[in-house]
Design a protein around this ligand. Structure first.
Ligand SMILES: C=C(O[C@H]1C=CC=C(C(=O)O)[C@@H]1O)C(=O)O
Length: 387
């Protein structure tokens, strides 16, 4: 099911986002899972022409952070804008000292040989010691398709995900549609909701049973999340494991709720993040192997992304996403994307299956970027990034 294209991003929101992209003003367009309207927020410049983009506890804000930032870093964007506010914003947008992001996308994709080597190194240890590590890769694609068109299509084809397009000077431009909830608070019931999302197979499989590798991979995440919540003295209730389909892949998903007195919600978020669904288990060992074997920086892929609005937290794991920047290739203007995906390795993982899994996880965004009459190039080594 996909929602109506017209409803998701209004023409005014598109115009405002384009203005922000032109002027390097931090902004976000986002839609909550199941919603068919987007919210637009931007960090307006202060009287010195500088954009405020720090997170404050009271204002509604969007945040995005890197995978295992030393300090849990949040780029907040406040100032929600309704349609009237957007008109004023576009009309009066003062000159800002917006800086382009210092980070640049990779021109080439993760090489198969590098992925294979990382796989061999990680599974060699897993076979001896057990555990789990999530190995990721990225694919570099240049497209002449306009960014806002791509975002609109990607949003409308993934209605049950948290969808966003954002720019901050710290992170650059990111586009994503993630199915994975890290944590959500409900001030009415006092409940915390989360999920274990791990274990993947093709959505067109004819198998009825899940294999042991996927069931165990999933179980590691259920146990980890439950243990963290219990360590915060919360009562944990684990629902039945379900299947959820996201494009070409189906995942195992166990909803988890926690109740009790929450003294410090950000401490719970920081303890949960990253879960073994994106890092592995034991966590520290998995993170150091990711650091050692992966040949790219994950940047914001598999970090957290979400909103703090009306005193509620909606925190997601940043999956099915891409980092992008304006670029040219052979005289054509377009966008250079690094699409990221990973998969959990267990001692009995098979190399080709894992590679194919990441391919399927990237496929929805890849086909969005290639649709209509846009010219698309994979590994655009001659692309030039525009500032
Ligand atoms: C790490 C990713 O997916 C996670 C979420 C669902 C299933 C996963 C898996 O089966 O490996 C991963 O844990 C990704 O999409 O890049």
């Amino acid at each position: 099911m996909s929602v109506s294209r017209d409803m998701l991003i209004t023409p005014l929101q598109t115009e405002a986002a384009e203005e922000c992209l032109r002027r390097n003003i931090p902004f976000v367009l986002y839609a909550m899972p199941g919603q068919d309207t987007c919210r637009f927020m931007a960090s307006l410049p202060n009287s010195d022409g500088e954009c405020r983009h720090s997170h404050t506890d009271n204002a509604d804000s969007f945040f995005i952070s890197r995978f295992i930032a030393d300090e849990p870093y949040m780029a907040g964007i406040s100032h929600d804008m309704d349609e009237g506010g957007i008109i004023d914003f576009i009309a009066s947008c003062p000159d800002v000292k917006g800086a382009p992001s210092a980070e640049l996308p990779y021109l080439t994709s993760t090489r198969r040989i590098s992925y294979n080597q990382a796989f061999e190194g990680m599974t060699r240890r897993l076979k001896k010691e057990g555990g789990k590590v999530v190995l990721s890769r990225h694919e570099s694609i240049f497209t002449t398709r306009h960014l806002l068109d791509s975002a609109l299509d990607y949003f409308s084809s993934s209605p049950s995900t948290f969808r966003y397009l954002t720019y901050t000077p710290e992170t650059g431009i990111w586009l994503g549609a993630t199915p994975e909830l890290l944590l959500e608070t409900d001030p009415h019931s006092g409940e915390i909701r989360t999920m274990a999302l791990a274990g993947t197979r093709p959505s067109d499989t004819e198998e009825s049973e899940w294999d042991t590798k996927n069931l165990m991979e999933h179980g590691v995440v259920v146990n980890f999340i439950s243990d963290i919540l219990r360590s915060h003295h919360l009562k944990v209730d684990t629902g039945g494991t379900q299947e959820i389909t996201a494009g070409a892949v189906t995942h195992l998903c166990t909803p988890i709720t926690a109740t009790g007195t929450v003294n410090d919600i950000t401490a719970i978020i920081n303890d949960l993040n990253p879960t073994p669904a994106v890092a592995g288990f034991p966590r520290d060992k998995a993170i150091s192997e990711i650091d050692y074997f992966e040949t790219h920086q994950r940047r914001c892929y598999s970090g957290i992304v979400g909103v703090h609005e009306s005193n509620e937290w909606h925190v997601f794991v940043n999956l099915r996403c891409a980092f992008t920047a304006r670029a040219t290739l052979d005289g054509a203007e377009g966008w250079l994307f690094n699409i990221y995906a990973g998969g959990g390795l267990m001692p009995d993982s098979r190399l080709d299956d894992e590679w194919d899994e990441t391919d399927r996880k990237m496929s929805a965004l890849r086909s969005t970027l290639s649709s209509s009459s846009s010219a698309v190039t994979v590994n655009p080594t001659k692309a030039k990034i525009l500032y």
